[in-house]
Ligand binder design. Sequence first.
Ligand code: SF4
Length: 276
Amino acid sequence: MNTPMSVLPGIKRVDKLYLELLFRCNFSCTICYHGEDLKRPDTVTIEQASAALAYFQTAFDCHWVCLLGGEPLLFEGLPTVLGAARLLGYRTEICTNGYKRRAMLTRCANHLDMLRVSLDGGTAQIHDRIRRPGSFDAAFDTLTWAAQRTSIGATCTLTADNIGTVPALAERLRDLGARDLTLHRVRPVGNAATNGVTPVTWDQTQHLHEQLTAMDLAPLSVNTDILLPERCPPPSDVIEKLEISPDGRVYLSCAEVAGPGRAVRFDFDSAALVTA
Ligand code: SF4
């Protein structure tokens, strides 16, 4: 029988659940870990998403969720899922590319504790090369709009090409009143593998750590700890980040995008983690 303790032995708490509602996206970024999955039509239903939230709240004392995709603003039931999360006591976020979709964002705003936009560097040149022309300005338009309505934050996937622009990105986010910048290291999976994206080295991340910790970024908080190799904590009874894809694959990592995978999956029909 798949009890929470038998599927993830020793784990008592999941700090943050990343729930991918669909694979589909209006972008196809050169570093996207979904790769070919971006073409898949799979989506989670509103009921399945709500049941997953209830499961993690009860089984793993989870109270913080980030809804993502693909592009979560393409998921018609997003405001309903956010409302369900709030009713369960979750702190709510979505992670979007911030490209247009203002009508959907407006419907979500009242249910959001933070709007998070994914940014792939501190300049339009580097970000748009990874994403699409005009996407950097569109993302900052969205952040500026959202800053009047809720807390804002950003996520940046670090590559050897964009890491040098992250201090400028942090400053711009701080000046806009953003509260959080979450950094992840790219892994060579999905589009990042086929496009030959160069991962960052520990020397590069160490240098970025020195730059960011020397800056006055308050009130922006940056997870600079993931930039140091000694950061990765030993196994404990807490999972900092658990991500579920629309087909039930499970990834655990606070430092890297989409990794590492685990020998468990989430069964949306029974709303439970099961052994893969
Ligand atoms: S990285 Fe995000 S915005 Fe880009 S294609 Fe993937 S899901 Fe879409």
